[in-house]
Design a protein around this ligand. Structure first.
Ligand code: ATP
Ligand code: MG
Length: 744
């Protein structure tokens, strides 16, 4: 691995951000800094150059996916700074996610323009709020509520309204929408009706819960995510002296992904700007995917009306994707309707031709996940780095089955939200714990008998929930574990790179990385929702679960909502540089009725489908049938205890309902886990790539004595049978494995 820790801490600043899953990873690990301001322009085409050199007055860039909008604004800032026209500290670049902000800071440093602030609206506002709160309000800023859902549940209970899980999520969404559209509780019913919102409950009830929620927050002295913007807006509005101070600091504003700006963010931007006009916005109305939260592309599309003297630039060359991917993207947009669609721009690929997008129909979801995992393994074998591959889905709940399938295929993966590594709660807590332990030095009872650094780190982090094995399943618990495991790996690398390193050295290294946002890299396939994939790119992208009901999602009912779903698919398609795979399954579980249909958005585009507007993608080969459907049609999986048909992926793996009694041999399970951990260490892979917890449990329950019995356990494919079968059967037979089983 070229990412050894000591090496990185000496690397020139600005190179760290390419360790992640995004663009240009391999090609530009150590790029040269351009020699001059003019050299900064060297990497741009004529229109991008026009953006970069328009440093005065309002600028608006309207352009499709992959045309280099983000690149153009980054170079614009760097050019301005290098040419001495923009003071670095006077520029505020606003991006959509913390991760995009981190990336932009890194690229700016590479281009010789460090010191420019690149932040999300939220983090920029939070900083200002923290700074000005004592002066504007007095005392300390109230604590930030991390998740509102619990408080909303409490508010609903106090209002004597019973909400199920989905309603709770939807009501929370309504509260968020109200806040970003600056709607107070009393006005919610009228505002929701006016905006034609599909309300999950009676609007009056929601308004009541919303009011109670605000009350509870006040009582507890906490603020939520949206309050950060609302309060900043309030202070800037009410305190001209503070607004002046902020405006003296920031003179030039640049906003990426402007099509998804909310009214509240726009209000904040207006206040920051005051009566000045150094504002550069870039966006693509066809990628508006957050209107459900109150965002609107109107600000982008009306920019010229608000700023009649604006320089407007259009970019059409797509540098990201092959002609094949671009053809599909254009085809998707050609069917789009609505205001955003009127402004669409046909993309023109600048890349060499690549493979046609692959369309695959599978019999059921587990088969789809297995098929995707198999293709991913093939891609990796053909030389595509795992970190250059992504599986994108519509809702987070879809990730579990892909986690399982990738683990079964022995492919490491990482789940991606938008959060920066060092800002995750568990990472901050772990950092605090390590700092505490380092301060106590040898006097910490926890570390009494532990000498080497990695063991010390493991000991400290186990108090925070780190375990040698990952927890079963997915979701927040798994994410948390992944973060802690990444810290443990980082400590191991660090100790290897720096002999005699102490805990205090590691803490210093962590601080340095946190400042530079240099997250430890996980060389794995990315699993992410389409929403979280915004702005990113990979060599290979798998768009999965493309059925009616998932894409568009069932709750997209109005035409506008359906159009937003289409844009979401467009965002997905345009994340791929070269390999693009689209797939769907005809039924949810094996043996189920094949009642599902492929997404309507693919009609006329996927081979063999009727075109709604008589447009055909052509070129693409036929639709493949997933191998599961072709070779064997699997029957339904039944619980081996009660006989019920199983539908959950995890239960199918166990071959019984989660709550049916387990007849597992606990001692065998423990032996299997120990063996797995040794194997994982030898292979240098996460333990789940050997077998997942669920598969080990199924083995410990079934106690197979032959290859055939072992092979039928889900998660034990031919490859794993070949590799691990003898060991597992020996363990099941109660035999001791030879001590030196490290010959693998
Ligand atoms: P999105 O709409 O998805 O946010 P974007 O318009 O912001 O896309 P970028 O991410 O800036 O596009 O660029 C897409 C890819 O094309 C990146 O890998 C970028 O480095 C590359 N690229 C952009 N412009 C050029 C150029 N002039 N020469 C070479 N590569 C370029
Ligand atoms: Mg971009």
């Amino acid at each position: 691995m070229p990412h050894a820790c000591g090496q990185l801490s000496r690397a020139p600043p600005g190179t760290w951000q390419h360790g992640g899953v995004t663009a240009a990873t391999h090609s530009s690990l150590f790029p040269q800094m351009p020699e001059s301001a003019d050299a900064v322009l060297g990497g741009l085409d004529p229109e991008q150059r026009e953006v970069a050199t328009a440093l005065h007055g309002p600028v608006c860039v309207l352009a499709g996916a992959g045309t280099g909008k983000t690149r153009a604004i980054t170079h614009r800032i760097a050019y301005g700074v290098r040419a001495g026209i923009l003071q670095p500290a006077s520029v505020l670049a606003v991006t959509f996610t913390n991760r995009a902000a981190g990336e932009m800071r890194g690229r700016l440093r590479q281009l010789g323009a460090g010191g420019v602030q690149a932040r999300t609206f939220h983090s920029a506002a939070l900083r200002q709020l923290q700074y000005f709160w004592p002066k504007a309000v007095g005392g300390e800023l109230p604590r930030l509520l991390e998740r509102k859902i619990q408080l909303v549940a409490e508010a609903a209970a106090r209002c004597r309204v019973r909400l199920d899980r989905n309603e709770l999520r939807d009501v929370t969404g309504e509260i968020e929408w109200s806040k970003v559209t600056q709607t107070v509780p009393a006005d919610y019913p009228a505002a929701a009706a006016k905006s034609l919102r599909e309300v999950p409950r009676d609007a009056a009830e929601i308004s009541q819960i919303y009011a109670m929620y605000e009350q509870l927050k006040r009582d507890r002295g906490v603020i939520d995510f949206e309050d950060v913007l609302l309060l900043t807006v309030g202070i800037l509005q009410d305190r001209p002296d503070i607004a002046d101070q902020v405006r003296r600091q920031y003179v030039h504003f640049v906003v990426d992904e402007y099509q998804d700006v909310s009214p509240l963010q726009q209000r904040l931007l207006d206040l920051w700007l005051g009566d000045r006009d150094s504002l550069c916005v870039v966006g693509d109305a066809s990628q508006t995917i957050y209107s459900f939260t109150g965002a609107t592309p109107d600000h982008l599309l009306n920019f010229r009306t608000r700023h009649p003297n604006a320089t407007v630039v259009k970019l059409v060359r797509d540098y990201r994707s092959t002609p094949q991917v671009v053809h599909l993207a254009n085809g998707l947009l050609a069917q789009a309707r609505g205001r955003a669609a009127e402004h669409r721009l046909e993309l023109v690929s600048q890349r060499d031709p690549g493979p046609d997008p692959a369309y695959t129909e599978y019999a059921d979801e587990p088969t789809e996940a297995e098929g995707v995992a198999r293709r991913i393994r093939d891609l990796i074998a053909s030389g595509v780095p795992a970190s250059e591959i992504a599986v994108l889905f519509r809702i987070n709940a879809q990730s579990e089955i892909y986690e399982q399938a990738l683990a079964d295929a022995g492919v490491p993966y990482q789940l991606r939200g938008a959060e920066r590594f060092f800002e995750r709660t568990e990472v901050r807590e772990a950092g605090a714990a390590l700092r505490g332990a380092a301060r106590f030095g040898g006097n910490d009872a926890l570390l009494d008998d532990v000498v080497d650094l990695p063991s010390q780190v493991r000991a400290v982090l186990s108090t925070k929930g780190w375990t040698t094995e990952p927890p079963a399943g997915s979701g927040a618990v798994r994410d948390r574990w992944e973060s802690l495991a990444a810290l443990v790996r980082l400590a191991e690398d660090f100790a290897r790179a720096k002999e005699g390193a102490t805990l205090a050295d590691l803490v210093a290294e962590l601080d340095e990385r946190a400042n530079a946002q240099h997250a430890p890299t996980v060389e794995g396939v990315t699993l992410a929702s389409l929403h979280a994939a915004k702005g990113l790119e990979w060599d290979a992208v798998f768009l999965v679960g493309l059925t009616e009901g998932m894409m568009p999602i069932t709750y997209a009912k109005t035409d506008e909502q359906v159009e937003e779903e289409r844009r979401l698919l467009y965002v997905g398609v345009t994340r791929a540089r070269v390999h693009l795979s689209l797939s769907w399954a005809l039924s949810r579980s094996p043996g189920g009725r094949a009642s599902r249909r492929p997404s309507r958005f693919l009609s006329g585009l996927r081979p063999g489908s009727a075109a709604p507007g008589a447009r055909s993608a052509g070129g693409a080969g036929g639709i493949e049938r997933g191998s599961g459907a072709r070779r064997k049609r699997r029957g339904p999986v039944q619980c081996r205890v009660c006989g019920k048909t199983l539908t959950e992926a995890g239960e199918m793996k166990l071959m019984r309902c989660e709550d049916c009694p387990s007849d597992m041999d606990e001692a065998l399970y423990e032996r299997l886990r120990e063996w797995r951990s040794d194997q994982a260490k030898q292979l240098g892979q996460p333990a789940y790539c050997v077998f997942t917890d669920k598969t080990l449990m199924a083995i410990a329950e079934a106690e197979p004595s032959t290859d055939g019995e072992l092979a039928v356990i889900p998660g034990v494919g031919a490859r794993k049978l070949d590799r691990f079968g003898a060991d597992v059967l020996a363990l099941c037979a109660g035999q001791e494995l030879a001590e030196e089983d490290g010959e693998d």
